[in-house]
Design a protein. Structure first.
Length: 537
């Protein structure tokens, strides 16, 4: 059913809510835990009640009466018999910030909402008063300019208040993740098998939310920025008005065409694409992020064609499906993990499609699991379905630094090819120059592992492609980067498919060493799962 998930959110005032403040929600295996900081009861047309310093309670998932979308938020209702007095929450601004930081976000939101109503009028009056006569003449002209500034400033400030309220794209990703996990807990949708498998991530985990500047700096910066922009525009207008008219003659700057005299047009070569860089290639290996703790199921008797990192049950003599496999974990972070815990849940389906015969297996490693270290268990249990919960569910990035490359090189001595493959993957993600040769030198591998190794080799290549986007007309835009010390010749983009029959498109005639360039490939079509760049033959 996936690991435990803890998110913070703002409970805002609405007709669907009876509590406001900072809230943290934790999805535990058997219950929903709710923590409220600086929260208060709320009813429409009534003054909010006194603030609570900290309140914490937990309810079983059977007490969840409903959760529905409202605008860009989520309305969560709990059984009043077990959760009174706080039973209905209109949740917005989902984040993984600490609860105390979320309480300050709640205060900044209130400041922004007040500023959105109070600031536009004085800004409009200031603009109308300071505008030169040449730009806005008379009462009508100044009034029109003041109204334009009033509406623009109001729109921008309300947009900032809305962003502070609803949190933006990172909040939306966390909301979707929380909604999906809660739906699994209450039985409204089936759980995804191997949800914690780093090589089969069903949905990208959210990145850390960047907090807005502290109040009172935010209104000061907004007001100062608006005034500064207006002053710069006036200064630019005055400076341009004093410039002499341009003298006729050939232009010395780069361009597509220059008018030298009436009727004469001189064409110049168009400049090459904008320079760019790729820290690493865009690969499905890490498209959903790299978890702090990677879980690697290892089949003892892999089936031909099975994907890497997937195990399947076998039928025993009584035709009962049973699992018999190894499971390993690797600490990808630079900090040790204390007391690593895994819970494996096995189940079967009856003829009606219902889950039956549920069996849990707990795995535990006591002490510290150091950076780049791994540990392995052997597991046997009856069942036809498997889910894995882990105690550590964070992702690399931000404040969580990866383990050094030397730590992953030590994993290359493991007897398990899956562990060695993971080490090569992490070296490629780190941009280690030796990653390509490491992946090629892993020895003989099985079918699924060999397909995975080819993907690692493509990801470790010094010819990288990143920042891929597609226009409506089918044009592919991307950054192509050459990380090697040598210049390369003509390059083309290639779509990687299992049948090796993907689309191709010419990208560049040449590319220098340690250089990158943005390319545009017309007519490429729909989005590709994986792209690579190679020298044209």
């Amino acid at each position: 059913m996936g690991g435990s998930l803890s998110v913070g959110a703002l409970a805002i005032a609405s007709s669907d809510a009876n509590a406001i403040g900072a809230v943290r929600l934790t999805l535990l295996p058997r219950r929903l835990e709710v923590e409220l900081l600086a929260a208060t009861s709320y009813r429409e047309t009534f003054v909010p009640g006194p603030l609570t310093e900290l309140a914490r309670f937990a309810v079983p998932y059977t007490a969840v009466r409903g959760f529905v979308r409202r605008e860009e938020g989520l309305v969560l209702s709990l059984d009043p018999l077990v959760a009174a007095p706080h039973t209905r929450f209109h949740l917005v601004h989902f984040t993984d910030l600490p609860l105390e930081a979320l309480a300050s976000v709640h205060k900044r939101r209130a400041w922004l909402r007040a500023l959105a109503w109070l600031a536009p009028l004085p800004l409009a009056a200031l603009a109308a008063f300071l505008t030169p006569e040449a730009l806005a003449a008379g009462v009508v002209g100044r009034g029109a300019l003041g109204l334009a500034v009033l509406f623009i400033a109001g729109f921008l400030l309300r947009l900032a208040a809305r962003t502070a309220t609803f949190g933006g794209p990172s909040s939306a990703r966390l909301l979707r993740t929380f909604e999906r996990r809660l739906a699994e807990r209450v039985g409204l949708r089936p759980a995804i098998v191997h949800e914690t498998d780093p090589f089969e991530v069903p949905e990208p985990e959210p990145t850390r939310t960047i907090a807005l500047p502290r109040i009172p700096m935010l209104p000061l910066l907004l007001g100062a920025g608006t005034v500064a922009a207006f002053a710069l525009a006036l200064a630019g207008y005055k400076a341009l008005s004093k410039l002499p008219p341009p003298a006729p003659g050939p232009a010395a700057e780069k361009g597509l065409a220059v008018m030298t005299e009436p009727g004469a047009l001189v064409l110049e070569p168009a400049p090459r694409g904008e320079s760019c860089t790729c820290q690493r290639t865009d690969s499905p290996l890490w498209r959903g992020g790299i978890p702090t703790l990677s879980v690697i199921p290892i089949a003892k008797h892999p089936r031909p064609g099975d994907p890497f990192g997937v195990v399947a049950p076998d039928l025993d003599r009584k035709k009962v499906p049973r699992y018999d496999f190894d499971v390993a974990v690797v600490n990808n972070s630079s900090e040790p993990i204390v007391d690593t815990k895994l819970v494996l849940t096995f189940a079967r389906r009856n003829k009606a499609g219902e889950r039956t015969n549920v069996t849990d297996r707990g795995l535990f490693f006591e002490g510290e699991l150091g950076p780049g270290r791994s540990v392995k268990w052997s597991v046997k249990a009856p069942g036809s379905e498997l889910k894995i919960d882990v105690s550590e569910s964070g992702m690399l990035g931000g404040k969580v630094a990866p383990a050094p490359a030397d730590a992953f090189r030590r994993l290359l001595s493991s007897s398990k090819p899956a562990i060695r493959l993971h080490a090569a993957t992490m070296l490629a993600w780190l941009g280690d120059p030796a990653a390509l040769e490491v992946a090629r030198g892993l020895g003989e591998l099985g079918g699924g592992e060999e397909a995975f190794r080819r993907r690692v080799i493509r990801a470790a290549s010094p010819l990288r492609v990143c920042d891929v986007s597609y226009e409506e007309n089918g044009t592919l835009n991307a950054c192509v980067f050459n990380a090697s010390p040598n210049e390369v010749g003509a390059l083309r983009l290639v779509e990687v498919t299992p049948e090796n029959g993907g689309r191709t498109g010419d990208a560049l005639e040449s590319l220098g060493a340690a250089a990158g360039e943005r390319v545009h490939v017309p007519g490429f079509g729909v989005e590709a799962e994986e792209l690579t760049v190679e020298e044209a033959k």
